[in-house]
Design a protein around this ligand. Structure first.
Ligand code: AMP
Length: 277
């Protein structure tokens, strides 16, 4: 496994990889969710590149950029074991050279949900992912369903900019008690960690209602809201039942839909979602 940081090193290493090449973009502090993406890429691609970059542009001024967890030696050991060929760890100066003023913005899809709560977040995500795509030139790129809106936005950007890249979205990997794996779970104290299962419990309850025939989207949102409000350590930011493709809030659930939510558990902001088929 080769590790590179500068664009020059990447440009020297990239042509040596056999194709198709799969890219897994991450912010590091890797867990089994990230590794599932790398393993999927390993199965489907002759060359596997993983990027690790804590992207300042996707954090808001009051968010957790400074304390975002980092452990590069551990990440590299996990990636070696998962069979990655090349790890790219660009510095902020590589991604945002002095005088930087070029941004990629996806409209519409970025307005609701995470976009509404985190102004500028998706502009940071799409800009950095477009730069990763440009530099790496992968044939496939792997993202997690855990960040459902992000996956939708990246798919849109890839179509709109004619990137010749297949976007592969992989299932959310969970802890044994249902909590979606996230680098941010490390912020939770033991009591909060227990309370954090409330997201999975809420989504499971709403999904069960849907399976029993509930088609009123507001009723499903109320199940999410009600379950969260019963957990004293949790504070709901939003609960959504939206069209899977447009992310517009639904009145009736007829086709593929997305149940999603953002919840503060203590000071930690967690997101999760289920897809209703
Ligand atoms: P991050 O390092 O949080 O930016 O995540 C990098 C990639 O891993 C993104 O495509 C995420 O959606 C994906 N990811 C994060 N957590 C999970 C999870 N629990 N299961 C599957 N994919 C995940």
């Amino acid at each position: 496994m080769k590790i590179v940081s500068s664009i020059q090193e990447l440009n020297a290493a990239r042509p040596l990889l056999p194709g198709p090449v799969g890219l897994v973009p991450t912010m590091g502090f890797l867990h089994a969710g990230h590794i599932s993406l790398v393993e999927r890429a390993r199965r489907e691609c002759a060359g596997v590149i993983v990027s690790i970059f804590v992207n300042p542009a996707q954090f808001g001024p009051n968010e957790d950029l400074a304390k975002y967890p980092r452990d590069l030696p551990r990440d590299l050991a996990l990636l070696e074991a998962a069979g990655a060929d090349l790890v790219w760890t660009p510095t902020p100066e590589v991604m945002y050279p002095p005088g930087f003023q070029t941004w990629i913005t996806v409209e519409g899809l970025t307005a609701p949900l995470e976009g509404a709560q985190r102004p500028g977040h998706f502009r940071g995500v799409t800009t950095v992912v477009a730069k990763l795509f440009n530099a790496v030139q992968p044939q496939k790129a792997y993202f997690g369903q855990k960040d459902a809106q992000q996956a939708a936005v990246i798919r849109r950007m890839t179509k709109d900019l004619n990137f010749p890249i297949e976007i592969v979205v992989c299932p959310t990997v969970r802890e044994a008690d249902g909590l979606a794996m996230s680098s941010r779970n490390t912020y939770l104290n033991p009591e909060e960690r227990k309370a954090a299962t409330v997201l999975f419990r809420a989504l499971t309850a709403a999904k069960a209602a849907h399976e029993q025939g509930e088609r009123d989207a507001e009723a499903l949102r109320r199940i999410l809201t009600g379950t969260i409000s019963a957990e004293p350590l949790a504070r709901l930011q939003y609960a959504s039942c939206a069209d899977y493709d447009t992310l517009e809030e639904l009145e009736k659930v007829t086709g593929k839909s997305l149940l999603s939510m953002a919840v503060f558990v203590g000071k930690t902001r967690l997101i999760d979602n289920f897809v209703l088929e």
